[in-house]
Design a protein around this ligand. Structure first.
Ligand SMILES: NC(=O)c1ccc[n+]([C@@H]2O[C@H](COP(=O)([O-])OP(=O)(O)OC[C@H]3O[C@@H](n4cnc5c(N)ncnc54)[C@H](OP(=O)(O)O)[C@@H]3O)[C@@H](O)[C@H]2O)c1
Length: 215
């Protein structure tokens, strides 16, 4: 798969690297220095390269949106035509100092992204875990009991693409339904962040849902 990374920071840099290691073609874009993008691409391997957001979007089957909420309009503008593209967003709708959600109850960051890019197929995924756990989960991907990762969206094909990427990183995808479920997934992340960054066990934290009963 060709995956364009829009925002190559903690989340985009690590997820892009893991997508490349899993065999996908990856274009890292949107950082303040081109050298950083090139270094990321070098480390990620021969299926990765650095580019502009427009280059990342061109011919991509999936785009990962991984910027601060305040940069969403700018990166989408730079990406250009995203009609028909799968946009996987891990972007949380946080205020400038990252203390509060600025969307919730009647909307979510993911739904706002879908409004900003109305012809794209938006899926909410990867935003419920801290970046610190991504490499450890990938390293443990051969275990039978994988950590869960919730995702939601309104386009079944786009969700199937996203589920593949989630599996490739080492998680068990958990389909949470339509995109509006991001209204619950996004605040759940703040709970995860609290446990990861203010708990005693360190930030390498993932979660796993288990069912009990007869089925
Ligand atoms: N970090 C986490 O654990 C985590 C977990 C769940 C969800 N999220 C969400 O995921 C999104 C990305 O988070 P992150 O932690 O990956 O953020 P980050 O490390 O700050 O990365 C954001 C990227 O955007 C780039 N950028 C910012 N301003 C720019 C500008 N003016 N021009 C060009 N590039 C610019 C940054 O460039 P530089 O590389 O030059 O700084 C960086 O590559 C956020 O919405 C966050 O809430 C994060």
């Amino acid at each position: 798969m060709r995956v364009g990374i829009l925002g190559s920071g903690l989340m985009g840099g690590k997820l892009g690297t893991l997508f490349a290691r899993a065999g996908h073609e990856v274009v890292f874009s949107y950082a303040r220095s081109r050298a950083k993008l090139e270094a990321l691409a070098r480390d990620a391997g021969k299926t990765a390269r650095a580019g502009t957001p427009a280059e990342a979007a061109r011919e991509a089957e999936a785009l990962l949106l991984a910027v601060h909420w305040s940069r969403v309009d700018d990166v989408l503008r730079q990406a250009g035509d995203v009609a028909g593209k799968v946009i996987v967003t891990c972007t949380l709708p946080m205020n400038e100092d990252d203390t509060e959600l600025v969307a919730g109850h009647t909307s979510s960051g993911a739904e706002e992204v879908a409004r900003k890019a109305p012809r794209a197929r938006v899926v909410c995924a990867f935003g419920t875990v801290p970046s610190e756990v991504l490499f450890p989960v990938y390293q443990a991907r051969r275990r039978t009991r994988r950590p869960s990762l919730v995702y939601c969206g309104d386009d079944e094909e786009a969700k199937a693409v996203t589920a593949t990427l989630i599996r490739d990183v080492g998680f068990e995808p958990v389909d949470a339904g339509p995109l509006r479920m991001a209204r619950y997934a996004e605040p759940f992340t703040l709970l995860i962040a609290r446990l990861a960054y203010e708990g005693d066990g360190g930030p390498e934290l993932a979660y796993r849902f288990e069912r009990f009963g007869s089925s």
